[in-house]
Ligand binder design. Structure first.
Ligand code: ADP
Ligand code: MG
Length: 489
């Protein structure tokens, strides 16, 4: 970070302000040695998670073997459940890399259904699928007269332990869903039962996490894809791992209710693994916690959990920033020491506010000013206020982007064999989805820079990062079609 300049009104920061900012800079440093530690720590945690169940990194097998070729062809449905809405899509893969058509319909999930018995939630979803088919199905399908059921890929963004591509037991709900009667049950079975009850001729053939969907969607465009990552409300990554290294996994284990394995696998085959990397370093052995990390964690709904996600994802960056600014206000170093009700309200600041401040290149962030003043219920009093606010926002986002880039680099380096075989003509590809990557320019640039430092300049020509927006639609369809083609377990 450069030294503090003379401010736009000709004033300078006071020694107390300089000292407080230095303290915060120290809190949010992300030096090269720390990035190296993240790589080493991540590799160790990946090995542990692949060898035994119940480790910090869950490293969940997806039952998808190999990546897409881009030649997948066919029509199926995709269902995306993971937040405020669920979405039903009809996807037609045209069998040419990246070529598809899609129609979709979104349904808002009323709050009452997020806490109702699980059968009611799944009935509501089945009704949505029915209403979608009424609109988009062929006449034969509508009358149930087509010769086979339509297959459906189900993107389900909650933690599940899968025992087959079409079988996954829910570990726990989150994001406001609490529907009793689902934890420990197979969510494919719950959905399939609701569809059967209504006589809907749809078979759920693939269940996948949104990161797995991102990977599959990206590999349909670019077959040399090795990972899919999400940098949005939360953060997580899926990547291709060699079967020989997934030592905890027994492909022949029989699962009640799941279809029989469709194929034999060998050690050289690769399976998509959902890392659940938000939990990386929950122990705190690798990345030091600063005072704001601790405050955020202690007051969170899941203390001690998702500690990496709490440093890098959209749900938390605005809150970390609020805690740091509140500290500065209490020391009377900004906003004339005036505390507003909003400033004391947890999670009052969305991470998009941080990007509005940081991405605005004007000296006093003209665009961000009204947003910050309105959200915090405070007026900037001088150039020093603006400078401090922007500096703190920049530091918080900088650390987060650097950590995310190092973690992405760690996963790529894990597959140094694939990297060695890649070329600048056919680069190894990473699909990334999520608003932080898509909309927060400074975050993206710092993340790519940290990724570059981690994998090494020479390797950058053999790597490509692609914004992959439709994992839950196209990715789910690709998985369902690959299953039809016998490429899954
Ligand atoms: P989700 O992860 O829920 O699928 P998104 O990928 O859109 O959805 O991520 C939403 C998160 O991204 C929220 O935490 C929000 O604060 C943050 N966000 C949205 N827009 C921006 C932006 N322009 N800059 C930075 N963060 C943003
Ligand atoms: Mg998303």
């Amino acid at each position: 970070m450069p030294p503090h300049p003379t401010l736009s009104d000709g004033s300078c920061l006071s020694p107390a302000q300089v000292q407080a900012l230095e303290h915060i800079e120290n809190d949010f440093r992300a030096a090269p040695e720390l990035l190296q530690n993240i790589v080493r720590g991540m590799h160790k945690a990946m090995d542990l998670g692949l060898s035994k169940p119940d480790q910090t990194l869950a490293m969940l097998p997806s039952y998808i073997v190999g990546s897409a070729t881009g030649n997948e062809k066919g029509r199926c449905l995709a269902l995306d459940l993971g937040g405020t809405n669920f979405r039903v899509c009809e996807v037609l893969l045209l069998g040419q890399p990246g070529q598809y058509t899609m129609q979709q319909k979104k349904f808002k999930i009323p709050h009452t259904l997020k806490i109702a018995p699980a059968t009611q939630l799944f009935s509501f979803i089945a009704d949505g699928i029915h209403s979608f088919l009424e609109e988009f199905a062929t006449p034969e399908e509508r009358q149930g007269a087509s010769c086979s059921a339509i297959s459906l890929g189900f993107t389900f963004s909650f933690p599940v332990v899968q025992r087959a591509l079409n079988y996954g037991e829910l570990l726990q709900w989150n994001k406001g869903f609490t529907n009793p009667g689902a934890v420990g049950k197979d969510v494919v079975g719950l959905l399939q039962d609701a569809l059967h009850t209504r006589g809907i001729e749809v078979t759920v053939t693939a269940l996948l996490n949104d990161t797995v969907g991102a990977l599959m969607a990206c590999s349909y465009h670019y077959p040399n894809t090795v990972m899919g990552a999400i940098l949005g409300t939360g953060s997580n990554t899926a990547y291709m791992e060699r079967m020989s290294r997934i030592t905890k996994f027994d492909p022949l284990a029989v699962t009640p209710g799941a279809s029989a394995p469709k194929r034999q696998v060998c050690g050289e085959d690769e399976m998509v693994i959902n890392m659940e990397w938000g939990a990386f370093d929950n122990e705190g052995d690798v990345i030091p916690y600063n005072r704001y990390d601790r405050m955020l964690d202690v007051n969170s709904t899941n203390p001690g959990c998702q500690m990496f996600e709490k440093r890098i994802s959209g749900l938390y960056l605005g809150e970390i920033f609020r805690l740091a600014i509140l500290d500065m206000v209490r020391l009377k170093l900004v906003f004339n020491g005036k505390i507003s009700c909003a400033l004391e309200t947890p999670y009052v600041l969305d991470t998009s506010v941080i990007s509005t401040i940081v991405d605005d290149a004007s000296p006093d962030f003209c665009e961000g000013t009204p947003v910050v003043e309105e959200k915090l219920g405070l007026q900037f009093t001088c150039a020093a206020d603006r400078y401090i606010v922007r500096r703190v926002a920049t530091l918080v986002a900088y650390r987060s982007a650097r950590f995310a880039g190092a973690a992405l680099g760690a996963v790529v380096l894990r597959r140094d064999d694939r990297l060695a075989r890649s070329t600048s003509e056919e680069p190894l590809t990473l699909g990334i989805d999520g608003s932080l990557y898509e909309h927060f320019t400074t975050f993206r640039e710092n993340m790519v820079q940290s990724f570059r430092e981690t994998v090494g300049e020479d390797n950058m020509t053999k790597l490509r990062i692609v914004l992959t927006k439709d994992g839950s639609g196209v990715g789910a369809a690709v998985a369902a079609i690959m299953n039809r083609e016998g490429k899954c377990l």
